[in-house]
Ligand binder design. Structure first.
Ligand code: HAM
Length: 429
């Protein structure tokens, strides 16, 4: 017997009625983004591998362990095979597109959002998948367009608070930090490197390597035994220069004015190398171990790191799978709303074509209609309809000739004769 095939580990099928919740979340996000004047961008699902190495960073968990990478077939023998990667996140692709389409030359701030699948080869568990979905947005542009302003940071955070509220997600928390400018980070990396010399030998293999190659990434370590050591390390806040401190203070003033609650967390450096200055995460207690609903921050040097013009930016990505889990956990999913569907039951196979015509009429009038089958006995039609529809419309020879249809409402049990011309209006009530 051949083996039954299943969705690959870490991937899953999304089925109705759950997909209705996914659609609702996406629609709410699109509506909020429109109010903040964001437009949608769709970038390819795979990119040249070097894009992620140069943006997210070689030493990050994402690039060093979690990417789905393969060699594409070379077109000609003389050609080198291109290394391609399924996108593990979407910021790098957006910035690549910003550079490729010279969006900076418009002189305008680009406000772009995306909704789509991302791929990371992580250990699957609740809220963590190998194919997962992100809703994200980026604000990026030349400095002359105001892209460096702390007001952009505060506006993005305020928008996120609004979006979570409108989704009906309560009890979220926002953690905020500044990782400083590129120069601040370089300085902090050296401070960490020195501090790690006596400590690293007692730490895990990843930490020992990173203590030399990219000490900041030691702070991402999840190994419980290493946490007390990490607690002792110097804090990044002490390495910030005056400009970075001023920027962060201005973000906080604007957030306070807008009444967005947050807590400061000096350990929040985020697991991607492109961040500068403001970094943040929103979490939700209902999610368990994978409690980050979304994360983001500023990336003032990213465009230049991948060969583009100076284009400071800030953005975030929310885990759509986790938004769904949170709303399901809070039991806020409307229990499958009572079906508005009407079920058409043709009484005999000779009436199937006429039933299709009637269904077409009603669907064109905007109604949701389920079409039965004339081979069903009346009892079977009623049983099928009762499971999915609010009303059943009987279409027999008499009804077809007279143009008067019999409609039964399952909730009330009332049976009504309705002229065909009034049927759509009747069912819509
Ligand atoms: P990230 O923190 O790697 O940031 O991911 C953002 C969010 O995606 C996480 O907070 C989480 O909700 C969700 N997520 C990540 N990995 C998984 C997974 N394996 N399964 C389910 N959900 C997951 C970024 O991706 C940055 N590009 C965000 C950004 C945009 N920063 C600036 N602009």
């Amino acid at each position: 017997m051949s083996q039954t095939l299943k969705a690959v580990r870490g991937t899953r099928d999304l089925l109705p009625p759950e997909t209705a919740l996914w659609n609702r979340i996406e629609a709410t996000a699109r509506a909020v983004f429109a109010r903040y004047n964001f437009g949608e961008i769709r970038t390819p699902i795979f990119e040249d591998t070097s894009l992620f190495a140069r943006s997210v960073g070689e030493e990050t968990d994402i690039v060093s362990k979690e990417m789905y990478t393969w060699e594409d077939r070379a077109r000609a023998q003389s050609e080198k095979a291109q290394s391609l990667t399924l996108r593990p996140e979407n910021t790098a692709g957006v910035v690549r597109a910003y550079i490729e389409h010279k969006l900076g030359e418009t002189g305008q701030l680009q406000k772009l959002y995306y909704i789509g699948p991302q791929f990371r080869r992580e250990r699957p568990q609740k809220g963590r998948y190998r194919q997962f979905w992100q809703i994200g947005a980026e604000v990026i542009g030349p400095p002359s367009a105001g892209s460096e302003s702390p007001l952009r940071d505060a506006e993005v955070l305020e928008m996120l608070a609004t979006l979570l509220d409108e989704l009906g997600i309560t009890g979220w928390t926002l953690e905020l930090n500044s990782v400083g400018s590129a120069a601040d980070r370089a300085r902090y990396n050296e401070v960490l490197r020195a501090a790690l010399i006596p400590l690293a030998p007692k730490m895990c293999a990843d930490c020992r390597r990173r203590a030399v190659t990219n000490p900041l990434r030691v702070l991402d370590c999840k190994i419980p035994e290493d946490q007390p050591v990490i607690e002792l390390l110097p804090k990044i806040g002490d390495s910030l220069d005056e400009d970075s401190k001023k920027h962060f203070a201005a973000v906080i003033v604007a957030l306070d004015a807008a009444g967005v609650p947050y807590t400061l967390n000096s350990r929040l450096v985020r697991g991607l190398d492109y961040y500068t200055r403001t970094t943040f995460e929103f979490a939700h207690g209902g999610l368990g171990a994978q409690n980050a609903l979304l994360g983001g921050g500023r990336y003032d040097g990213l465009s230049e790191a991948i060969g583009g013009p100076k284009a400071p930016g800030i953005g975030f990505a929310m885990g759509l799978d986790r938004l769904v889990l949170t709303l399901q956990g809070a039991d806020q999913v409307q229990k499958a709303a009572p079906p508005k569907v009407a079920y058409i039951a043709p009484l005999g196979e000779n009436l199937n074509a006429a039933a299709l015509v009637l269904a077409r009429e009603l669907r064109r009038a905007g109604l949701s209609v389920e079409l039965g089958d004339g081979s069903f006995r009346l009892k079977k039609s009623f049983e099928a309809a009762d499971k999915i529809a609010r009303r059943i419309v009987i279409l027999g020879e008499d009804e077809l000739q007279s143009g008067i249809l019999t409609v039964k409402d399952f909730a009330t049990g009332i049976q009504t004769k309705v002229p065909r011309a009034e049927l759509a209006a009747f069912l819509a009530r």
